[in-house]
Ligand binder design. Structure first.
Ligand SMILES: Nc1ncnc2c1ncn2[C@@H]1O[C@H](COP(=O)(O)OP(=O)(O)OP(=O)(O)O)[C@@H](O)[C@H]1O
Ligand SMILES: [Mg+2]
Length: 460
């Protein structure tokens, strides 16, 4: 029987019991055990202790024993798995047969396919260290995004996730909600904001203190990184690093590390590439270049750009006791379903229009409260001159533009213009719409109004 088939069967067995797929190390142990390799050699090839490999292996044998109802050990694992697989394939309608994916396996429960899709929770209480994560008072529907993140983390064993989106769209609150939902699947759940731009050294010390005594923490990052990765292997951890954009330079293209912060790049790359069974979520306004690159080649890396809250944003308007429900969708669309933008705008509707959304929408142009403009100032301050030139040009246009007319109107070299366009995309500043083979770019009404207010001369 083919090795691939047995491995897949073993994976299904483990998943049916734990809700988790075999990780790289478990697969390697199985593969090499089948080839008669000794634990000492498997450990030596992976630079870890024999005891560690023995522990991971015996956990697996225990799971197989429980699921198959017979004693499984290193010496009989291959033959037992082969025999069970054959027995199940040859009697698909046999008594108590559980069907998972397209393989029939052991007796456990009759709710077969459900078990494969929804992992069992470990029911253990994780060690929670949420630092200064905000408390949720009300949470409006983000079901699809929560489901995507849950699938990536619990089912696909994703190691690194970038959660991206413009300020105020709800990234932090979404992750806090996600934590509530999936925390019992982890040994450690950790949240840290990088808003004050800590160096990698201080972030690592901060994280390592959660796992070990201060005196056991090495001083240099060359030793700290392996120690943290060891913990990501030893325990199942969910680590959230928020406000990652604070590691990037202002006035440069998106995702460029500040001087002295470049080693974060290696750290994130190692989290994605080294074998472990934990997950880290990076929350940022800007997508980093290495994530974009890793995502293309590494199945354990994903990114999610958070967009409009959609009609769920009506709850915000309801909470503010606004009237004219018929007009609410127009208000939500104008402010891009951005919960913060809506919150900062509804106070004006309340204070000056007696809560009437229709009256408010009669105003000339898009109204930007001072607090909303100040909020956007922080993001615009990060742009390069080239990016700003493109934003100013697009704010003058009534229709979306393809690249050739942008080239004509914005006086930049080809590479400067293309780099700046790409960077604006990484900051979620541009709306892009594909029509056939052509992409058309435009600004949303809030961005457009902001650029007009801040950068247009009276006769523009
Ligand atoms: N799904 C939601 N339900 C209820 N309130 C929400 C939701 N999403 C966002 N908000 C509200 O919008 C505001 C901004 O949300 P949040 O802080 O999560 O945004 P963010 O994307 O993390 O912004 P930043 O990048 O600036 O940190 C908060 O006041 C939050 O309460
Ligand atoms: Mg946030």
């Amino acid at each position: 029987m083919e090795l691939k088939e047995i491995l897949r069967f073993a994976d299904e067995l483990v998943f049916s019991k734990t809700g988790n797929h075999l990780d790289d190390l478990q697969q390697a142990i199985l593969r090499e055990t089948f080839q008669g390799q000794r634990y000492a050699k498997i450990a030596q090839d992976r630079n870890c202790s024999e005891g560690y490999i023995r522990g991971v292996a015996s956990e697996m044998w225990k799971i197989f024993s429980e699921v198959l109802g017979q004693n499984v050990s290193k010496t009989n694992v291959r033959v037992t798995l082969e025999r069970s697989l054959l027995a199940n394939i040859s009697s698909p309608f046999g008594k108590n047969v559980l069907r998972i994916g397209d393989i029939n396996i052991c007796p456990q429960t009759s709710q077969s396919s459900k078990v494969a899709q929804k992992p069992q929770q470990t029911q253990t209480q994780p060690h929670m260290d949420l630092g200064d994560a905000p408390e949720i008072f009300s949470f409006y529907d983000r079901t699809p995004q929560l489901a995507t993140l849950e699938t990536w983390i619990l089912h696909d064993r994703t190691r690194l996730i970038a959660l991206l989106g413009i300020s105020g769209i709800g990234k932090t609150i979404l992750v806090v909600r996600l934590i509530e939902q999936i925390q019992t699947n982890f040994d450690y759940v950790i949240y840290r904001s990088l808003r004050f731009s800590p160096t990698l050294n201080s972030t690592l010390i901060n994280l390592l203190q959660i796992f070990s005594d201060k005196t056991d923490i090495p001083q240099n990052i060359e030793a700290q990184i392996p120690q943290l990765l060891d913990n990501l292997r030893k325990y199942r951890c969910l680590i959230i690093l928020d406000d990652v954009q604070m590691l990037f330079s202002s006035g440069q293209l998106a995702g460029q590390y500040k001087t002295g912060y470049e080693d974060y790049q290696l750290f994130f790359k190692l989290i994605a590439e080294v074998c472990h069974h934990s997950c880290s979520i990076l929350i940022s306004w800007e997508k980093t270049r290495e994530i974009a690159k890793l995502e293309r080649v590494n199945n354990y890396v994903h990114s999610l750009v958070l967009g409009s809250l959609g009609i769920a944003a009506k709850e915000i308007l309801k909470q503010q006791n606004l009237s004219d429900e018929d007009a609410w969708e127009t208000l939500i669309n104008t402010y891009q379903g951005n919960p913060l933008w809506l919150e900062l705008t509804t106070t004006i509707v309340q204070d000056l229009f007696g809560g009437s959304v229709s009256e408010f929408l009669q105003c000339d142009g898009v109204v930007l409260s001072e607090s909303l403009q100040a909020q956007l100032d922080q993001q615009f301050q990060r742009l390069t001159q080239q990016e700003l030139a493109i934003m100013i040009q697009l704010a003058k246009e009534n229709e979306p533009l393809s690249l050739p007319p942008i080239f004509k109107t914005v006086q930049l070299s080809t590479s400067d213009l293309l780099n700046a366009m790409q960077s604006l995309g990484m900051r979620s500043f541009l709306d892009a719409e594909e029509q056939g083979k052509t992409t058309f770019f435009s600004l949303n009404p809030v961005m457009k109004q902001y650029v007009k207010n801040r950068y247009f001369q009276p006769n523009d």
